[in-house]
Design a protein around this ligand. Structure first.
Ligand code: UDP
Length: 252
């Protein structure tokens, strides 16, 4: 169920919130304060295209209470479809950091799940230096079997930690599927954030694109230059873009 039905923008079947970075952080904090479990997904156009190509993924993606557009492709598509976002792209990793900042002024605790071994610990350390009041309940890398005993052990570790907030950084759509399948078993967590490679950014093992690329809407291009293996994944982008025009022409 979405937070605020009035502010939804449907982009090719995915129900995004028409919100801001601060609005997203406020909604997450309200969920934690009121003990109302809230999940945040930050799909880009690759993920929306993945839903179009495998419609069973819509149920997983649309299950989150908060879905924000973390990609210039989604923002452009909304414009093409005549329902533009007020605030444009909202970067998931910026929401994640802004939420840590807000949580550092509270007693709520955070568990970081994901990334290669050592990355979550390093992210926790760097974030603690930057936001001294933040309380981490635990960390775990993202390279475990996502079902069976190994998965149960991760769930048990999060539950025993008593964390109020869980960052799930396993890459998309693996993290959204993991949250969808496991959120009911997480007994203390009231905010779940699916944030892709954000722990790498917080840990400093991956750099975000320079501001000029972000401003020009070319963050995806910078990532392609740094990580050329993304080329195959990014083939979904032109498909999504032209498909959106076709969708507009045929559906009005
Ligand atoms: N990752 C993980 N477990 C896995 C596969 C990937 O924890 O089984 C992590 C990986 O180390 C990286 C993140 O997930 O930190 C994916 O980052 P990426 O920038 O590719 O995210 P996406 O673009 O898919 O959102």
């Amino acid at each position: 169920m979405a937070e605020n039905k009035n502010s939804l923008i449907n982009v090719r079947g995915v129900n995004f919130q028409n919100t801001t970075l601060d609005g997203t952080v406020d909604a997450l904090l309200a969920g934690v304060r009121e003990k109302r479990q809230t999940a945040l997904y930050t799909p880009n156009s690759e993920i929306v295209q993945a839903c179009i190509e495998a419609p069973e993924l819509y149920e997983v993606i649309n299950s989150a209470e908060l879905i924000i557009p973390d990609g210039i492709g989604v923002v452009k598509a909304a414009k093409i479809l005549g329902t533009p976002f007020g605030a444009g792209k909202i970067a998931g990793c910026e929401v994640g950091e802004a939420f840590i900042k807000r949580l550092s002024e509270t007693e709520h605790t955070v568990f970081l799940l994901g990334g290669k071994p050592g990355v979550a610990e390093q992210a926790a350390q760097k974030l603690s230096e930057k936001y001294p009041g933040i309380k981490f309940a635990g960390t775990h890398d993202g390279y475990f079997k996502k079902e069976g005993e190994e998965n149960d052990a991760v769930i048990a570790q999060v539950n025993e930690s008593g964390a109020d907030v869980l960052y799930v950084c396993l890459g998309a759509p693996a993290q959204e599927k993991w949250i969808y399948q496991n959120r009911a078993k997480l007994t203390t967590v009231n905010a779940l954030l699916g944030l892709g490679g954000s722990l790498d950014v917080y840990a400093g093992t991956v750099k975000r694109a320079p501001k000029i690329f972000i401003r020009l809407g070319l963050e995806w291009f910078y990532r392609l230059l740094c990580e050329p293996w993304r080329f195959k994944r990014m083939l979904k982008l032109p498909k999504f873009y032209f498909g959106t025009w076709k969708h507009k022409m045929t559906k009005g």
